[in-house]
Design a protein around this ligand. Structure first.
Ligand code: PGA
Length: 253
């Protein structure tokens, strides 16, 4: 196991969490202190909580990230939040190209690619999400879709070490359904191969997270799959107990 990258357990709170959720973040931070060195833990709360969370959690190992950023540096983009603003608030990470952005807001691979470039410019570590829809899966197009997303959502001229990839089948997000374990293993192997084609040997060190309906009761088997270097968790990241149980599975694999 020693040559595998340290796993990353990342929570995507989506549009959930008011200021009273800071208690939950504090509970997560205190729990993950026990895993320091074995697991990297990240929560991406709504943007409104980032600065307060970063101040409250200073000195703890829990890292804070954002769920999206603008592809532009600054200017007349009402409602958008720039990478510089997120970094200024204390965020160190940003989720980009989540399926809810791609499918709900029509974000293209080109948009995601620009956002990845912008996030790196402002020293945020991007978690680039890819994944096929149910229709694409049923049509046998999964590998084609994943290859296309990897090739065009991630800039070519960056250091592989700067990015993390999250494979999230769209049909598995929030549905309680996950692919069979052998399929997760095959697809993570496929993603690894495409990353090596794109980045050479350094593509072998990029962390590939699995996401989509990960819960304490199914994560044990997923955590043991080769090339699963962590997880991106939605619903189950909102409760400290569930997030910590998931982290335990990765710490003890
Ligand atoms: P879920 O969401 O864990 O609730 O399925 C995962 C995600 O959207 O990142």
């Amino acid at each position: 196991m020693s040559n595998r990258p340290r796993p990353l357990v990342a929570g995507n709170w989506k549009m959930n969490g008011l200021s009273n959720a800071l208690h939950e973040l504090a509970a997560i931070a205190s729990g993950v202190s026990g895993f320091e060195g074995a697991v990297d833990a990240l929560i991406c709360p709504p943007a409104t909580l980032i600065a307060t969370a970063c101040n409250a959690l200073r000195g703890t190992p829990l890292m804070i990230g954002a769920q999206d950023c603008s592809q532009h540096v600054e200017g007349a983009f009402t409602g958008d939040i720039s990478a510089a603003m997120l970094a200024d608030g204390g965020a160190r990470w940003v989720i980009l190209g989540h399926s809810e952005r791609r499918h709900g807001w029509g974000e293209t691979d080109t948009d995601v690619c620009r956002k990845v470039g912008r996030s790196l410019e402002f020293h945020l570590s991007p978690v680039v999400c890819i994944g096929e829809t149910e229709e694409q899966m049923l049509q046998g197009k999964t590998e084609t879709v994943l290859r296309q997303q990897l090739q065009t959502s991630i800039p070519d001229r960056i250091a592989a070490a700067q990015i993390t990839v999250a494979y999230e089948p769209v049909w598995a997000i929030g549905t309680g359904r996950i692919p069979v374990l052998s399929r997760i293993a095959d697809l993570h192997g496929f993603i690894r191969q495409v990353l090596r084609e794109k980045f050479g040997a350094s593509g072998g060190a990029i962390r590939i997270l699995y996401g989509g309906s990960v819960k304490p009761d199914n994560v044990g088997d997923i955590a043991r799959i080769g090339d699963v270097d962590g997880t991106l968790v939605g619903g189950a990241s909102l409760k400290a107990g569930d997030f910590l149980a998931i982290s335990t599975s990765f710490a003890s694999r």
